[in-house]
Design a protein around this ligand. Structure first.
Ligand SMILES: [Zn+2]
Length: 410
């Protein structure tokens, strides 16, 4: 993976290449970026940049040292890996023997006691090439739904970076690099590392020469503090609106109006934008209208089939649906402040639904609705029972709505 395959993020790329070019690299980095910010592809592109043969001298001279404690040698001036040398080709296919990955994995069956990331190496390569912006839920779903892996009881399995995995890392890094001067570990989601992750501290504190550890995380507060304090922080921001628009137009030939709508909904999260694009044929409008009516009337007869329908959507679409509701509620808030809905640039279908919400929701109620939806998305991501969640949510919506006027959504 090259830097050029990641849209924009120019400042981060410059910062990273500057670290290398000015020998200011430390041995442990923390790439911290929210879901959909591209922190993982950035780490992979950076690893390839370091490993690339072009960055290691012509072969006639010793490769330069990149690390902070060693005196500056020939500075590197490239802004990206070459993409064509043998090393780049291997790194690009994620098969370079000096580029190691560690990520949450699940126990296959009762016969396998030791859970290692490399047990799923082939699946990982397949997954990352297709979903560089995916989150850990996507990855674990990908494993669980892969029948070739024969995972026992997949629904109940939780992802982990295990003590055995830590021991495996210690073993790998006690060996010399195979082909390259450098040896790199990318650990994705160190949030899944329990206290046994402290086994890695000595390795991080006293790293063998020419080794680099890149931790790629979304949530700083869930990382072991001992690891956090020993890493150099590289923040990866979310993408800006135009970058998402341009990427969608370029990648999938999406028309500009649709790309702009998706970019607004995705709020800088590339994963979200790609998911929205994938499900953009889904029209949530009618389903939301039915749900609003059912919530308002609190009618059990119409509620049950609707709960079945919501349940069948599956986790990803349930989240998209709730996000659509948040989006419409925000449009409703916006409409409270504009004189004339026509000039608001909101699509007609959304105006109709938003105006209906305004008939029975004041500002406080709309804020309460958004709050409930955001909490529910959080619970769905953590495998909440969908039917129970939507049932409880319907009741709460009824309470939010019921003090208001009696006008129903038509
Ligand atoms: Zn190269």
């Amino acid at each position: 993976m090259q830097f050029s395959t990641i849209p924009d993020h120019t400042e981060v790329k410059e910062k990273l290449t500057d670290l290398v070019n000015n020998n200011r690299l430390s041995h442990a980095l923390l790439f911290l970026g929210k879901e959909g910010s591209g922190a993982l592809p950035m780490a992979i592109a950076f690893a390839q940049y370091i490993l690339c043969e072009r960055n290691q001298g012509s072969g006639k001279e010793a490769p330069p040292s990149l690390f902070i404690e060693e005196a500056a040698s020939t500075p590197l001036a490239w802004t990206d890996s070459c993409g064509v040398c043998t090393t780049c080709i291997k790194a690009n296919q994620l098969i370079h023997p000096d580029l190691h990955f560690s990520y949450p994995a699940i126990k296959r069956d009762s016969r396998h006691d030791k859970v290692l990331s490399t047990d799923y190496a082939a699946a990982w390569r397949e997954y990352i090439v297709e979903n560089p912006f995916g989150n850990v839920g996507d990855w674990l779903d990908f494993l669980k739904s892969n029948t070739k892996l024969k995972i026992e009881n997949p629904a109940n399995k939780q992802g982990n970076i295990t003590v055995h995995e830590c021991e495996d890392i210690l073993r790998k890094f006690s060996l010399k690099a195979f082909e390259n001067k450098y040896k790199i570990l990318i650990m994705w989601m160190p949030e899944y590392l329990g206290p046994m992750g402290n086994k890695l501290l000595k390795l991080i504190e006293e790293p063998p020469p020419d080794t680099l550890f890149i931790f790629v995380a979304e949530d700083e507060s869930s990382i072991l503090p001992t690891i956090l304090s020993r890493t150099q922080l590289i923040k990866i921001p979310l993408f800006d609106h135009n970058t998402i628009c341009e990427s969608l137009v370029k990648m999938d030939n999406v028309d500009e109006v649709k790309a702009a709508q998706i970019a607004t909904l995705s709020e800088g999260n590339m994963r979200e934008a790609l998911q929205l694009l994938k499900h953009s044929e889904e029209d949530w409008h009618d389903l939301l209208k039915s749900w609003l009516n059912v919530s308002y009337k609190n009618s059990v007869i119409t509620l049950l089939p609707l709960l079945d329908e919501l349940n069948k959507l599956g986790r990803e679409k349930q989240k998209q649906f709730l996000k659509y509701f948040i989006h419409i509620t925000r449009q409703a808030i916006l409409l409270d402040y504009v004189q004339d809905a026509e000039s608001s640039q909101i699509p007609t279908k959304e105006i109709e639904l938003a105006l209906n919400i305004n008939k029975f929701c004041g500002l406080e109620a709309k804020e309460a609705v958004i709050d409930e939806m955001e909490k529910s998305i959080y619970y769905i991501e953590r495998n909440a029972h969908a039917k129970m969640l939507f049932h409880a949510l319907t009741i709460r919506l009824h309470y939010i709505f019921k003090d208001k006027s009696l006008i129903l959504v038509q």
